[in-house]
Design a protein around this ligand. Structure first.
Ligand code: SAM
Length: 453
């Protein structure tokens, strides 16, 4: 029997796929589901039907796995933030490590892999230093401020608690919701594109305890701004800066075209290993500061940098890896697409009195081919590409160069496996692969690995 989109089906979960999706089977055809653990029987709605597989959304878990535990958060059933909060942490780690093992065996076709035990997160809860809370209008209260309902871009629920952020964040959200009600400001409607307030982004550094509030709106002035600042100062003294980003575009993102600084300097400062980093409203910064320190330390242990090295930090973001390594090597070269991240990298180099780091802005695949001075003399490389993995041309440029050691940090085991196969086919040997859990209660997993020639 053929199944079609809209059909309601029952399926036993056989396994978890590379990206953490549950894999079941209906009438001999694979179905990928958004939830479910191996052994569970689920009822699901088919959302897509292809020749070789179906995709579906779980409506009900009919037979639950013994691995399920009580989730701590009262919003767990509806919130899109955590998908695995009701899975025992040890089992989360098991499935995350298995994702990497599966990818390296099935995608890269490696028979044996030196896959280390996973490095668990230092904090299972309250590990995020950044959270974006969204506004949307709603018929009951006029508006909601909180997080997205699971799988819904247009439905926001009023958040009262969150175990991924610091304890203060939900308190700020509740205070701001009342402030907005009293001031009469309107919330943005994401389908009709009307209204004023779009997001409240809270960044809260873990090592230095500084908070930034970024209020994202369309063009216009925040009502009772003076009172807002006074309230924040008296209620939340950890807040050191308040900014307003203006996004008039339909795209529902918090990055604005313009920014106004209403209080403080417009940035907060975090410490990673021995370095200080300024974080602006729109700069990329690793969201789990404590585990980032472990991630970088692991990368340096594999790389074994020394004072004669010329180190290439490829896809360097705001330069955090290269700058924390700068004292261990002779010279650091950073390459990154985002001009604002490179500006931040240069500023952070100055802030830390680092004079042996040079940064290039542009596409890695173009810079490595067109600017031979970047790779000239480089003997060690750390590459940390986005989820899509490395561009083929960037990989080719590395393969043709004669460095000895390459540390690859990846947040996506399947694109890592694809790139690892190319590197191994080109003469590198893959050493240790070390999984690092940066995001407990989600399916995401990071890894650090070493390639040598
Ligand atoms: C995973 S982040 C790396 C962050 C950084 N290494 C850190 O630890 O904070 C990937 C970075 O690659 C950049 N990027 C994406 N595509 C790129 C490309 N084709 N060339 C250069 N940089 C790119 C993104 O802007 C992002 O900053």
């Amino acid at each position: 029997m053929n199944s079609h989109p809209g059909d309601i089906v029952e399926s036993k979960i056989k396994d978890l796929a590379y990206d953490g999706k549950a894999v079941g089977e209906i009438d001999g055809k694979i179905i990928f589901l958004n939830a479910g653990l191996p052994g569970e029987l689920v009822r699901a709605k088919i959302t897509k039907s292809k020749r070789n597989y179906n995709v579906g959304k779980v409506i009900e878990i009919i037979e639950k796995s013994d691995e399920r535990i009580e989730a701590q958060c009262s919003h767990f059933d509806i919130c899109g933030g955590c998908t695995w909060q009701d899975l025992d942490y040890e089992r989360q780690l098991y499935y995350k490590r298995k994702q990497i093992d599966d990818c390296l065996k099935h995608i890269a076709k490696f028979e044996t892999v030196d896959l280390a035990e996973i490095i668990p997160a230092p904090n299972q809860f309250r590990y995020r230093n950044k959270m974006e809370f969204s506004f949307n209008t709603n018929p009951e209260d006029g508006f909601a401020l909180g997080l997205h309902r699971r799988g819904r871009f247009d439905e926001i629920f009023n958040l009262d608690e969150c175990y991924l952020t610091s304890e203060i964040d939900p308190e700020i959200v509740k205070w701001f919701r009342t402030f907005v009600k009293e001031s009469g400001m309107s919330a943005y409607n994401v389908t009709e594109h009307t209204g004023f307030l779009r997001f409240l982004m809270i960044r809260h550094t873990q090592n230095t305890n500084q908070i930034m509030l970024n209020i994202v709106t369309v063009d216009g002035e925040i009502i009772n701004l003076e009172k807002l600042i006074d309230d924040v100062k008296s209620k939340f003294p950890e807040v050191v800066t308040i900014v307003q980003n203006i996004n008039n575009q339909k795209s529902n993102i918090s990055k604005g075209e313009k920014e106004f600084i209403h209080y403080g300097d417009g940035f907060i400062e975090e410490r990673i290993l021995d370095c200080r980093f300024r974080i602006y409203a729109n700069s990329f910064f690793q969201t789990n500061s404590l585990q980032t320190e472990n991630l970088y330390k692991t990368a340096f242990e594999l790389l074994q940098p020394n004072q004669n090295d010329r180190l290439l930090d490829l896809y360097c973001g705001a330069g955090t890896i290269g700058l924390t390594a700068a004292k261990m090597v002779d010279e650091v070269i950073g390459v990154e697409l985002e001009p604002t991240a490179i500006e931040a990298a240069r500023e952070n180099a100055k802030l830390n009195d680092i004079t042996n780091a040079t940064f290039y802005t542009g596409l890695a695949q173009e810079l490595l081919r067109n600017n031979p001075e970047i790779l000239n003399g480089v003997n060690s490389i750390i590459t940390d590409p986005p989820r899509a993995g490395m561009h083929k041309k960037a990989l080719k440029a590395l393969v043709e160069h004669d460095h000895k050691r390459l540390v690859y940090i990846s947040c996506n085991p399947s694109t890592f496996a694809r790139d690892a196969q190319i590197l191994v086919d080109s003469g590198y040997s893959l050493g240790k692969v070390i999984p690092v859990d940066m995001f407990p209660h989600t399916m995401h997993i990071e890894l650090v690995s070493i390639f040598e020639r």
